[in-house]
Design a binder for this molecule. Structure first.
Ligand code: ATP
Ligand code: MG
Length: 126
C-alpha cells in the first residue's frame, strides 16, 4: 500500500517514461458559434513536469482545461494523453484515465448532505 497521492499512482500505471510527453495538445481550436475561444493551441506536458496556463480574463484557460478533461470537445486539433490520441472523450473516461480537476468557483451539490458531497467527489474510488 503506497502513501503517495492518487495522481502519482495513476501515472505509474502508464508506460510513459520520465521526460516523455504525458499530455500533448496539438493545434486545438474551439469555437462557440462565432466566438473563437481557442485558436490552434499547442503544448505538451512531460511526465513529472508541473505546468500552468496563464492569461487574461476570457483568454480561454478554462476552455482549454475543459477540452483536456472531456467536458468540451475541440472543434479542430488533437489531444494525446498517455500515448492515446483521443477523439470525443467523456469527462468520466478522462477521470478514470487519471485527469483530475478543481473548479474556479467551488460549489456544493445543494440538497445533498456533507457526507454525500464528499462521497460524490470520491466516486471513482468506490
Ligand atoms: N460555454 C460557452 N459558451 C459560449 N462562449 C463561451 C463558453 N465558455 C467560454 N466561452 C467564451 O470563450 C472565451 C474564453 O472563455 P474562458 O472561460 O475559457 O476564459 P478564461 O481564460 O478561463 O477566463 P477567466 O480568467 O475569466 O476565467 C470567452 O470569450 C468566453 O466568453
Ligand atoms: Mg476561467
Amino acid at each position: 500500500m503506497s502513501d503517495r497521492p492518487d495522481a502519482v499512482r495513476s501515472e505509474d500505471r502508464t508506460s510513459v517514461a520520465p521526460g516523455e510527453a504525458i499530455l500533448a495538445v496539438e493545434n486545438v481550436s474551439l469555437a462557440f458559434g462565432g466566438v473563437k475561444a481557442l485558436t490552434e493551441v499547442s503544448f505538451d506536458i512531460r511526465k513529472g513536469e508541473i505546468r500552468a496556463i496563464i492569461g487574461p480574463n476570457g483568454a480561454g484557460k478554462t476552455s482549454m482545461l475543459n477540452c483536456i478533461n472531456g467536458f468540451y470537445h475541440p472543434t479542430e486539433g488533437a489531444i494525446t494523453f498517455k500515448g492515446r490520441r483521443r477523439g470525443r472523450m467523456r469527462p468520466s473516461e478522462a477521470a478514470r484515465g487519471g485527469i483530475g480537476r478543481t473548479f474556479q468557483n467551488v460549489a456544493l451539490f445543494k440538497g445533498m448532505s456533507t457526507l454525500d458531497n464528499i462521497m460524490t467527489g470520491r466516486s471513482l474510488k468506490m
